[in-house]
Design a protein around this ligand. Structure first.
Ligand code: SAM
Ligand code: SF4
Ligand code: F3S
Length: 472
């Protein structure tokens, strides 16, 4: 599942004898990157990736609790792992061996001991801010035979991950969230904001460039509120500093290095003119913004505690598009928030029609324990209404996305090829700076290269093109 950085000669022999791990990841990119950090710790301990949970000595389930169904899924998965553990302990899968099962991530942070009480097959639980305790937790469980729970606040930004991708890399710039959107559980599962120093962020990006990475995504729940703990630098200046450093180090290192910097997620209330300016002037800053709007009704936005109005959001979008021509725009939307009327929902549809997003994620509102929306409001939109609104919203958004993709036909653009196509063995896939997916004929040799492409056709979620220049 994960690449390792160990030498191939020892890897071949090790693979037969070394202990193995399997990691199942749910949730957002922060969790994906946390799984890379767990894989890094396990690799340092001599573990290698397993082909399946059956084949593993340690199984980690890295969880998400943003919606209720995620929790239900976790406990059915843990039920399956309990059976697997019992079969292995009894030797019915071959030689008897013990599998250790750990639960990490957002549900782990939130539920702690409760997880072990509800599912005794779980051997350990590690919270979102205690990732680096994995080696001692494993040692503890092995020594005592008792379950172990660690949900302490011990954020370590410098944990080295084993990255799955060879072209694109995540770089954490902050942990936690101070916003308390009324529907959201994240401030409870990830804690309050804490920021990584600019110097460490710049160093990691330079190191990634030297190792051949061509794109990085800066990660945080609300990257716009990042401030340097060692100076007064804010996020727009960080972007400009990264841009400047990438251009300078490309000359010094004699390598192209990281070509594109993306960042996730931006909160509309903190999207400043300076950030738009940093995007407009940054040569290596991707021309894409993920700007979750959640709703097009200002009344619902107020109850969501989002601190902006539909009108101010539309003004920001206009300012962004004027300053950054061709910028790709994506969003998150929630339907069925408490009190959402037909008119509120119509306002969301209207906003989606006006903005014309390039892509979007949409969800039915799901009440989360101890959030303000649960304590203050009734979940009064019937399930059936939530479902029909979601379907209508998705239909509207998708037809806009398709029209926008159609408008790409005939255009020339530059694509960073990042993988083989999922649909065809003869195609590769990549993204434009604006985050549009482009497929084209090609082989694995193109992965990691920038290619100039002419778009020849479109589909619902991507476009197809032909290469018109020498890959670089
Ligand atoms: N920090 C980001 C932001 O400011 O929007 C988003 C983080 S959240 C983990 C990802 C998305 O999940 C949110 O933008 C929201 O649309 C959705 N979400 C969060 N809580 C939800 C809930 N209780 N029910 C449905 N969707 C939810
Ligand atoms: Fe959740 Fe709001 Fe923070 Fe995003 S900004 S993580 S939606 S509380
Ligand atoms: Fe889920 Fe936690 Fe991310 S709740 S969306 S994994 S921050």
């Amino acid at each position: 599942m994960f690449e390792t950085t160990r030498p191939p000669t020892s890897a071949a022999t090790e693979a037969k004898t070394a202990p193995r791990y399997w990691i199942k990841t749910y949730g957002c990119q922060m969790n994906v990157h946390d799984s890379e950090k767990y894989a890094g710790l396990l690799a340092e301990m001599g573990y290698v990736p397993a082909a399946s949970p059956e084949d593993a000595d340690v199984v980690l389930v890295n969880t998400c609790s943003v919606r209720e169904r995620a929790e239900d899924k976790l406990f059915s998965e843990l039920g399956r792992l309990r059976i697997l553990k019992e079969q292995n302990a009894g030797g019915s899968n071959g030689a008897a061996k013990e599998i250790l099962v750990g639960v990490t991530g957002c549900i782990a942070q939130q539920r702690g001991d409760e997880i072990i009480e509800r599912q005794p097959a779980v051997d350990f639980v590690i919270g979102t801010r205690a990732i680096q305790t994995l080696p001692e937790v494993l040692a503890d469980v092995r020594r005592t035979g008792d379950p172990c729970v660690n949900t302490q606040d011990l954020v370590d930004f410098e944990a080295q991950g084993v990255r799955t991708d060879t072209v694109r890399a995540f770089v954490t710039i902050m942990e936690g969230c101070n916003n308390y959107c009324s529907f959201c559980i994240v401030p409870a599962t990830r804690g309050l904001e804490i920021y990584r120093p600019a110097s460490a962020i710049l160093d990691e990006i330079r190191g990634l460039g030297l190792r051949g990475y061509r794109e990085v995504t800066l990660l945080g729940q609300n990257v716009n509120s990042w401030v340097d703990p060692d100076s007064s630098m804010e996020f727009p200046e960080l972007l400009s500093a990264i841009d400047e450093s990438l251009r300078r180090t490309a000359r010094e290192d004699g390598q192209p290095g990281v070509e594109r910097v993306r960042f996730l997620t931006s909160h509309p209330k903190d999207l400043s003119p300076r950030l738009i300016e940093a995007m407009a002037s940054g040569q290596r800053i991707a021309r894409h913004l993920h700007l979750p709007v959640q709703s097009g009704s200002t009344r619902v936005l107020r109850d969501m505690n989002r601190h902006y109005t539909a009108a101010s959001y539309l003004e920001q979008v206009a300012a962004l598009r004027a300053a950054v021509p061709g910028v790709g725009l994506s969003t998150d939307l929630i339907v069925g928030f408490p009190g959402e009327t037909d008119a509120d929902f119509e306002a969301t549809l209207e906003l989606v029609r006006q903005v014309e997003y390039d892509s979007f994620y949409s969800f039915e509102y799901s009440p989360r324990p101890d959030t303000a929306a649960v304590t203050q409001y009734d979940d009064d939109v019937p399930a059936e209404t939530k479902r029909t609104r979601l379907i209508e919203l998705q239909r509207t958004g998708q037809s806009i996305q398709e029209q926008r993709n159609e408008a790409w036909v005939g255009r020339e653009t530059t694509v960073l090829v990042d993988s083989l196509s999922r649909r065809s063995d003869e195609d590769v896939s990549g993204r434009t700076s604006s985050n549009h997916i482009v497929n084209m004929a090609g082989d694995a040799g193109l992965i990691g290269k920038l290619v100039d492409v002419r778009v020849t056709s479109h589909a619902a979620h991507s476009v197809y093109g032909e290469i018109i220049g020498v890959p670089h």
